[in-house]
Design a binder for this molecule. Structure first.
Ligand SMILES: Cc1cc2nc3c(=O)[nH]c(=O)nc-3n(C[C@H](O)[C@H](O)[C@H](O)COP(=O)(O)O)c2cc1C
Length: 183
């Protein structure tokens, strides 16, 4: 494996804290095109992407704060409102549903490859991401705000993006912990 792709994959981190600048639309559009080269069985290209503008992002922040307020109280909700309001970029990736459960599973797998491609393509331009499947993404109101039809698409994740404020450390277990070598 070339060092370049290894370094890119290893160095990508889930970013929780972003700088305020919004990455250019050109970077995002280019990353989406690269993401679409994800493998997908039967060439279904099952991913759909919703790119949230400030108005929709604000509505999602308020929806999330309302959920937190009900679960944990007003102070927690306010903390989340502040941190979520500072996220520079918002994408949501969905996957087309299918009547065939096997197709649906394969298509979801393809959409996950799409998200990883997207995150790596952005990272190669210094743009960090966070893939989240928090409570808000499973609230029916979230789908309504985005105009997603729950009968035809499912949420794969909300993907925040922006230039990282802090890049956390991570580690992984050695290959021998998950590899079984067979005769
Ligand atoms: C399907 C999926 C859902 C995730 N949802 C969340 C989430 O809701 N909140 C969060 O903080 N991180 C979420 N993550 C990011 C993981 O927490 C992160 O990948 C993990 O901590 C490893 O860190 P790294 O991405 O920097 O290697 C999610 C990742 C995946 C693949």
């Amino acid at each position: 494996m070339t060092t370049e792709i290894g370094d890119l994959i290893r160095s990508r981190r889930t970013i929780g804290l972003f700088r305020t600048e919004v990455p250019s639309a050109v970077i995002v559009e280019a990353a989406l095109e690269i993401a679409s080269w994800a493998p997908n069985h039967k060439k279904t290209e099952p991913w759909r992407v919703y790119w949230l503008g400030p108005k929709t992002a604000h509505a999602v922040v308020e929806l999330n704060s309302g959920l937190i307020a009900r679960k944990k109280g007003a102070i927690e909700a306010d903390v989340k409102r502040k941190s979520w309001s500072s996220v520079p970029g918002w994408l949501t990736v969905t996957c087309l549903r299918s009547d065939d459960p096997f197709r649906e599973e394969e298509d979801y797998a393809a959409c996950c490859c799409f998200v990883q491609n997207l995150m790596l393509a952005l990272w190669s331009n210094g743009v960090g991401t966070k893939w989240t499947t928090g409570d808000v993404t499973r609230d029916p109101e979230f789908l309504r705000l985005l105009g997603v039809d729950a009968n035809s698409e499912r949420i794969v994740g909300l993907v925040w993006y922006g230039f990282p404020g802090v890049i956390p450390e991570q580690n992984r277990k050695p290959v021998e912990t998950f590899l079984r070598r067979l005769d």
